[in-house]
Design a protein around this ligand. Sequence first.
Ligand SMILES: Cc1cc2nc3c(=O)[nH]c(=O)nc-3n(C[C@H](O)[C@H](O)[C@H](O)COP(=O)(O)OP(=O)(O)OC[C@H]3O[C@@H](n4cnc5c(N)ncnc54)[C@H](O)[C@@H]3O)c2cc1C
Length: 370
Amino acid sequence: MPHIYDVVIIGAGPAGCSVAYNLYNQGIKNILLVDKDVFPRDKLCAGGLTIEAQVCLEEMGILEIVKTRAYEVYKVKYITPYRTILKGRRVETPMPEMLVIRRKIFDSILLDYVKGLKVSVREGIHIKGFWENNGKICGVISSKDEHIGAKVVVIATGANLSGFDLKKRSYPKIISYMGRYENTNFEKNVAYLIYDKDFLPLYGWMFPEADDQVNIGIGVEWPTYSKHKITEYFEKIRSTYLNQYMKDARLTGITRGFPIRYTYRIKDIVDRNILYVGESGRIVSAFTGEGISQALVSGRFAAHTISKYLNNNCLAELAHYEKLVRRKYRVFPWLRLVKSFIRYKHNWRIIEAFQGKESKLSSQFTENIL
Ligand SMILES: Cc1cc2nc3c(=O)[nH]c(=O)nc-3n(C[C@H](O)[C@H](O)[C@H](O)COP(=O)(O)OP(=O)(O)OC[C@H]3O[C@@H](n4cnc5c(N)ncnc54)[C@H](O)[C@@H]3O)c2cc1C
């Protein structure tokens, strides 16, 4: 008879680690966290931790450790399709507007923290699907046919849902393209979001990882743009908008496409005793592609409902998870409207009027873009 865990969590990214941490904190210790990779492993991501993500990390007691390895951003500059830099509004908080950290480092900090609690963790195990018996989910099965028994299964596998997508629904996705550069010469502690008429409603970004290192990327709606166009727009971001800061820059990191899956309507994130957290539940902002804070928050909600279920053995408790997530992200359905609005270049005049203009891009710069 195999050991039956109270909870088995598949995927040790921010969502999986958040579930494990919060379960442990609520006294649920018979849990197993597994990942197909051995950490430290990389994950294609710009590594921007928003204020909400920082608040979550502070609640977990890990923010200070993360800060020692992250780069602080005090100003995010928004460039409009009219090449105006918006003044923007600063949220009043002592936290930096963003922390930028390599995911290889961030995810290892999180996982080490969970391991330090003595949560059982197994790395290098690929889980291929559910262990199902007479319509009941008894756990999961690894690609080496190991059966792992659990009362509750949490899917935290990120964009990859293969083997776990019971409803077989299709979701919209953003395709991103990203490169890492060193020996750059940007203003310190400043990031850029660039809204160019060619790929609205999404954007290009520059996130600094150190004083002279940045990651640059672009996200576009799939399948509106061909692979060829995405490469072209990525090049446009780098060589026109940012070129003046990158004259001696060297490309050091990967540059490739990767999906970010999102939804406008949170749905089907609970099925019997299975919960989907983070990006596997498509709990990602359709507007910005941000998914780390959502992974941490949904992980906390999942742990909260699972501990209630385990305490009173009432399966209906788990359904509450979907309600909590929906309530928290009630803005998601509206993001479709927001995106339709900013898709049109002329609407940016309205945004400029509301947000205020800080400056125009320099004329030499503007000529290049035109
Ligand atoms: C280019 C790019 C830039 C981004 N930039 C940002 C940003 O700046 N800020 C932000 O907030 N978000 C950003 N995101 C989104 C963010 O990366 C994700 O939404 C976030 O990582 C989701 O966390 P997660 O824990 O749900 O999944 P993940 O971080 O993807 O973790 C999933 C884990 O599951 C494991 N796994 C998968 N399948 C299996 C399996 N079958 N068996 C065992 N283990 C498995 C994986 O190895 C992985 O460790 C970006 C995404 C991309 C692609």
